[in-house]
Design a protein around this ligand. Structure first.
Ligand code: M6R
Length: 360
């Protein structure tokens, strides 16, 4: 069942190359190099998008917001479903609610769908489980096609959600004519190569995660820092670590550190930084210098050729723009996994947690 792996979580992390391919299946016309989404072909691109989700699915939504706004020029609000359902949100005509849920059974997300419906919105569900409640309550449904996810810690589901959100951003961007041809063609072409690149990289990533986790398994707290597209990934890295290893971790926008949290930094409070080669790298770098000035140790996910003087550089292969998330996400997952396993925790069934949260 675990395919020779010790836990479902590690099996599911290693399934991610296939998950990306499966999510792309039938959604890219390889002859024309076009994204085709038959599920929403009848729908006009929305004027505004309200993403509602919980936990890891919420982090995927935050990531997707960046691309949908940048490429499709659709304003996006991303809300934690348990907050959204008890507000009186202003939802204008022409808006669409996008409910993201792996299980499709999360009570708060379902309540968010009901509220959005009452206010006259149509619902697009982005779901992994076929025929789930979210799928049934939605007007349109896009399946992530990741296959069953058994481990409580969501890994491959997020990978498939990122893939689907990227496709949505490209698709709406193309339909609205707001994305330039060069970006569109590059994204479609390079996305198709990600599964083989990731497949080749995963074993080395796992070894690096094993090495590093031993050094930091005694830490009682971690910061995860990132900016831009890496900020939601920082939130996700922190969630994974706390969920399965029970080490306290906080994900922060790197630029927000100096507004309070930096006070916590000392030599026993390490930072896990996402310092990839992107436009925001110089900003992240200067935030990391501030951490070092307070004696904080740093593990940084980065790319070849990046100049960064920190305790541990974890070099990931460089891919195009937002596709770097498909390299950084498994690295974060593997670090959490190896830490929890090293500490002897019950990786697949962490304490106090259920796979799907069907009650409030
Ligand atoms: O099934 P859903 O995507 O709606 O679940 C949402 C969260 O409960 C879920 O992502 C949770 O945060 C995971 N255990 C995180 O690994």
């Amino acid at each position: 069942q675990k395919g020779g792996h010790k836990h479902f979580m590690i099996k599911e992390i290693f399934e991610q190359p296939k998950v990306i391919s499966d999510c792309l299946a039938g959604r890219i016309d390889t002859n024309k190099c076009e994204v085709v989404l038959p599920e929403i072909a009848e729908m006009e691109p929305p004027e505004r998008l309200h993403i509602i989700a919980c936990g890891t699915s919420y982090h995927a939504g935050l990531w997707g917001k960046n691309l949908i706004e940048q490429w499709a020029k659709i304003p996006v609000d991303v809300e934690i479903a348990s907050e959204f359902r008890y507000r009186d949100p202003i939802l204008s005509k022409g808006s669409l609610a996008l409910a993201i849920s792996q299980s499709g059974e999360t009570a708060d997300t379902l309540a968010g769908i009901k509220l959005a419906k009452q206010k006259g919105l149509q619902i697009l569900g982005l779901c992994n489980v076929v025929g789930s409640s979210v799928a049934r309550e939605s007007d349109y449904i896009m399946y992530t096609q990741a296959g069953p996810e058994i481990s409580v810690a969501s890994t491959k589901a997020m990978c498939s959600q990122l893939t689907a959100l990227l496709l949505l951003a490209l698709y709406w961007g193309r339909r609205k004519g707001t994305i330039d041809d060069e970006t569109y063609n590059r994204a479609v072409k390079d996305l198709r190569n990600i599964p083989s690149i990731l497949d080749a990289e995963l074993p080395a990533m796992r070894s690096r995660a094993k090495e590093l986790c031993r050094e930091y398994s005694e830490a009682s707290s971690f910061f995860y820092l990132g900016r831009g597209l890496c900020f939601p990934l920082a939130l996700e890295g922190a969630l994974k670590l706390k969920e399965i290893s029970y080490i306290h971790a906080e994900g922060y926008a790197a630029g927000e550190m100096k507004h309070g949290p930096i006070a916590l930094i000392d030599p026993n409070f390490p930072t896990f930084a996402l310092a990839l080669k992107d436009d925001l790298f110089p900003k992240v770098k200067s935030n990391l210098v501030e951490v070092q000035a307070r004696g904080g140790e740093i593990i940084a996910l980065t790319n070849p050729g990046v100049e960064l003087d920190v305790e541990h550089r974890w070099i990931l292969p460089e891919v195009w723009g937002p596709l770097n998330a498909f390299m950084a996400l498994p690295a974060l997952q593997l670090f959490a996994y190896e830490t929890a396993d090293y500490l002897g925790k019950d990786v697949d069934q962490p304490r106090n947690l259920a796979k799907s949260v069907t009650v409030e």
